[in-house]
Design a protein around this ligand. Structure first.
Ligand SMILES: [Zn+2]
Length: 434
């Protein structure tokens, strides 16, 4: 057992449901045994109750829950920074040529390691990962994620039209390969499977039927939705009988409480109503939406319709794996929307980067905050002495103000430690113990 003495900050409440300040919690220490948080309170109280336990001091900065990324493409880790193009042109120029390279299993192995190490270095301990079009590449991702103990939900990406030919498969092959991956990886440790059609633009009704056949037994579902106006127009042309983009999934039974749709920048009211009715979640990816010029995410309409929203980095269209950067960009976008925007507090930002993601992935009883009984998945954000963030933290008025300075200024260089089920996996930036 270990007692961690730190400024422990999390959001056990939901800041979108009431007073944001009431959603925030702070304590001075956690007692961790076998990777699980067993007690929480002041350092004095925990030491008095457990006088024989070692104390690890994490002085300075904040200890927050491990970040939860609900939309990120592992095959695109080497393709970040493609500027100047809208979605469909960006896919053709930057993303899909790189994704094709994962047909080479050794290449996929190297990419999977770079991707997962990047997640850890950014403090992300749980993620819904958009996979590869190639089954052997998925074996590499799952194996490497299992070795690192990360909470990874992912699956083979399915497409049978519109994309470059080497990324296509038949519905029959997709069904057989996916079923085999599910059998070998789903529910193995912290790994889970997500059925993953790239988007209905690149999947026929026959392929979406295959997706429906694969659901069940705790299997998740993820895809893209309403990202870009040209994409939506193409989907409308390809599915003349559908009411809207969401209906292309819904009529196959793919909109459920275990479904996460990325983007939804341009939803209709009927789509928002349907998402809420089925308890499906939306992964908001603000740096990607900005980089591709996809649009300004209508968060207020989602919240008013009762649609659950979490954050995704959407690497490689997004500008990196560090979730606080996405949270900051989400804040910027709501500011830019003016009266149509939903003003976000620092408490909202922490919630979006942690517990909202855990809830979207059905993991809220395991991770997302640092309550007693949860896995000890945590990030210690502690800036180097003399940095602008360190100066600002010293002058923060209270915890929420400290969070605001973190979201404004923190980078992966401020990730001083990362724990996955109690095991320290991140590199130390701050000396430890100090
Ligand atoms: Zn995406």
């Amino acid at each position: 057992m270990t007692i961690y003495a730190a400024t422990v900050v999390d959001t056990p409440g939901d800041p979108f449901a009431g007073d944001p300040a009431a959603a925030l919690a702070e304590d001075g220490a956690l007692l961790v045994r076998d990777g699980v948080i067993r007690a929480r309170g002041s350092l004095a109280a925990l030491r008095a109750a457990h006088p024989d336990e070692a104390v690890t001091r994490l002085d300075g900065g904040l200890l927050v829950p491990g970040f939860v990324d609900t939309h990120v493409h592992f095959p695109q880790i080497r393709a970040i920074g493609g500027m100047g193009l809208p979605l469909l042109d960006w896919l053709e120029r930057y993303a899909l040529p790189e994704e094709s390279k994962l047909a080479d299993q050794a290449y996929a192995r190297a990419v999977a390691a770079e991707f997962l190490d990047g997640l850890v270095a950014s403090g992300t301990t749980s993620a819904l990962v958009f996979g590869s079009h190639f089954a052997p590449a998925m074996d590499e991702l799952f194996a490497a994620a299992g070795q690192r103990g990360l909470n990874i939900t992912s699956g083979l990406v399915l497409s049978d039209r519109e994309l470059r030919p080497d990324l296509l498969s038949s519905p029959e092959t997709a069904l057989a390969d996916s079923a085999d991956l599910i059998r070998r990886w789903h529910d193995r440790g912290r790994l889970r499977y997500a059925v993953t059609p790239r988007f209905s633009l690149s999947t026929s009704d026959d392929m979406l039927d295959v997706c429906a056949q694969l659901l069940g037994q705790g299997i998740w579902f993820t895809s893209h939705l309403n990202e870009n106006l040209a994409e939506i127009a193409t989907v409308t042309r390809l599915f003349p009988g559908s009411q809207d983009y969401l209906d292309t999934y819904c009529r196959h039974g793919l909109v459920t409480a275990r479904s996460v749709f990325a983007h939804n920048v341009h939803p209709g009211d009927a789509e928002l109503t349907l998402l809420a009715e089925h308890g499906a979640s939306v992964a908001h990816c603000p740096t990607s939406n900005s980089a591709l010029g996809s649009g300004l995410f209508p968060l207020r309409r989602h919240v008013e319709h009762g649609v659950h929203v979490a954050l995704g980095s959407d690497v490689g269209a997004g500008a990196g794996l560090f979730l606080p950067k996405e949270a900051l960009q989400a804040y910027f976008i709501q500011q830019l929307l003016g009266p149509a925007g939903l003003g976000l507090t620092p408490v909202h930002l922490l919630y979006l980067a942690t517990r909202a993601g855990a809830r979207a992935l059905g993991l809220e009883d395991r991770v997302g905050d640092l309550a007693v009984g949860k896995d000890f998945d945590a990030v210690w954000l502690c800036p180097a002495e003399g940095s602008t963030l360190a100066v600002n933290l010293r002058h923060a008025r209270d915890t929420a103000d400290a969070l605001a300075r973190i979201f404004a200024l923190a980078t992966p260089a401020d990730v001083a430690g990362v724990w996955v089920r109690g095991l320290r996996v991140g590199a130390a930036a701050c000396p430890d113990p100090r």
